[in-house]
Design a protein around this ligand. Structure first.
Ligand code: IFM
Length: 454
């Protein structure tokens, strides 16, 4: 059973929904620049208008409250708040975000603020971005502004969303902003600087926040889970999930490089040995900074992969059959990752867990019936399957405190533009009309019954 204060929520991010209203000002982020490059976004679109949430947030929070959703993970934009990344603070952005928070609270929604969901200030990018040795201190300055301006209205914070994507998609294969393809050595440096930035952000929140302020990080990674639920496969899966057998080209899709330092204060030894020629200078002071005590870990979990134990005791990656179910982005539908992921994470890190993102893109269609409707049966099936597994984890004693469905509404899906719809609310991007999908009504029953209907 889910605890009575379990946080049933939805998630979004600034660039993906807000739109770039000029009256709020701020400076460009790397995404504002990246989307201008021809060919980088599938449909040639940008987040300039997105869901126009900046002008429609009151309506959006009302929709959430009609759906019984009482917890909301959203992000604020570093570039909008600090036009140059450091120094000047844009008071218009501060008031906008404060108003958003007050507004959501007025309809009974608890805010969970993510400080960095990828809107890196362009001006700092021109100084080297995350590769610049000063970048962690820049983030500290930003985090101080966040702490000073939002800890009186919000208790829950996440520092960085999916550092893996920033490193891998942004700096290894260049399909996300800033669109770089850097040598491995640089990408390890970037990851280290981001982790230091996380540590600084925790410090700033502790120093300038208050006794109610809580903080964690929100990384991601596919979940290695047992092909058969027997002891051998379970142990093999765990060894892969927390091991160092990472993809040669995109090394960063892993759990331990990003969570071990944060929770244990050291990088995983096997990976340190394996990647030693690429590692930056890592000092004891860095590790002390990175491992500031946190209140919980977030984890964005979308899918997983099967692992079996071979007769010699080593793990084997088990292929999926051709007709294995997939979502719109060709991501496999693997509900059990929402059981094994939290279970393994809790065993290793022993901290409360929030599932900070989970959800599915499918090609939705609006039909005219009594009202406009979207019959997204596959998304309902996806959610039902995944949430049942999450319930199983909770029933097994895993300390999961909340679940944030990605996403409240269809939005700008980065390099896929508007071609992929993740929302439980349909957005007509021509008219900005919102239409509740069947999955929204489904999720309402889950939230309102505190998961008893699962
Ligand atoms: O839309 C993204 C989100 O910004 C980060 N996590 C994964 C989602 C779906 O791709």
């Amino acid at each position: 059973m889910f605890s009575k204060d379990f946080a049933w929520g939805v998630a979004t991010s600034s660039y993906q929904i807000e739109g770039n209203s000029e009256f709020i000002g701020g400076g460009p982020s790397v995404w504002d620049e990246f989307v201008k490059i021809p060919g980088v976004i599938d449909d040639g679109s940008t987040g300039d208008i997105a869901c126009d949430h900046i002008n429609k947030y009151k309506e959006d929070f009302k929709l959430m409250s009609e759906l019984g959703i009482k917890h909301y993970r959203f992000s604020v934009s570093w570039a909008k708040i600090m036009p140059h990344g450091v120094g000047e603070v844009n008071e218009k952005a501060i008031s906008l975000y404060r108003d958003m928070i007050e507004e959501m609270k007025s309809v009974g929604i608890t805010p969970y603020l993510t400080m960095f969901h990828w809107e890196y200030p362009q001006e700092l990018m021109e100084k080297g971005g995350w590769l610049n040795p000063e970048s962690p201190e820049w983030f500290y300055e930003y985090a101080k502004v966040i702490a000073e301006n939002f800890t009186d209205v919000c208790d829950y914070f996440f520092t960085i969303n999916e550092p893996q994507c920033v490193v891998g998609l942004g700096h290894i294969n260049g399909v996300h902003a800033p669109g770089l393809k850097l040598p491995k050595k640089d990408t390890f440096q970037i990851a280290h600087n981001m982790l230091k930035a996380h540590g600084y952000a925790v410090k700033a929140l502790r120093k300038y926040g208050n006794s109610n302020t809580k903080v964690g990080i929100a990384p991601t990674a596919g979940v290695a889970y047992p092909y058969v639920e027997c002891e051998g496969d379970i142990n093999a899966a765990k060894s892969v999930y927390f091991g160092s057998d990472w993809q040669e080209d995109i090394w960063c899709w892993n759990v331990t490089w990003f969570l071990d330092p944060v929770v244990f204060g050291h990088y995983p030894e096997d990976a340190m040995e394996k990647y030693k020629e690429f590692l930056p200078r890592i000092t004891a002071k860095d590790m002390e900074l990175i491992s500031q005590p946190i209140d919980y870990i977030g984890q964005n979990i979308y899918n997983g992969y099967w692992i079996a134990e071979q007769s010699d005791g080593t793990p084997r990656y088990v292929d999926r059959p051709e007709d294995f179910p997939k979502t719109g982005l060709d991501w496999p539908v693997t509900p059990k990752c929402l059981y094994w992921g939290p279970k393994f994470l809790y065993e290793r890190y022993n901290l409360p867990i929030y599932i900070t993102e989970n959800g599915a893109a499918y090609p939705d269609e609006v039909v005219e019936e009594d009202i406009k409707r979207v019959h997204d049966a596959k998304r309902v099936e996806f959610l039902e399957g995944y949430l049942k597994q999450l319930k199983r984890a909770v029933d097994d004693g895993v300390d999961v405190r909340g679940y944030f469905l990605w996403s409240l509404m269809d939005n700008f899906e980065w390099a896929s533009g508007y071609t992929q719809r993740f929302g439980i609310i349909y957005v007509d991007f021509e008219t900005q009309e919102r239409i509740k999908k069947d999955s929204a009504y489904y999720y309402k029953t889950v939230c309102e019954s505190n998961g008893d209907t699962l």
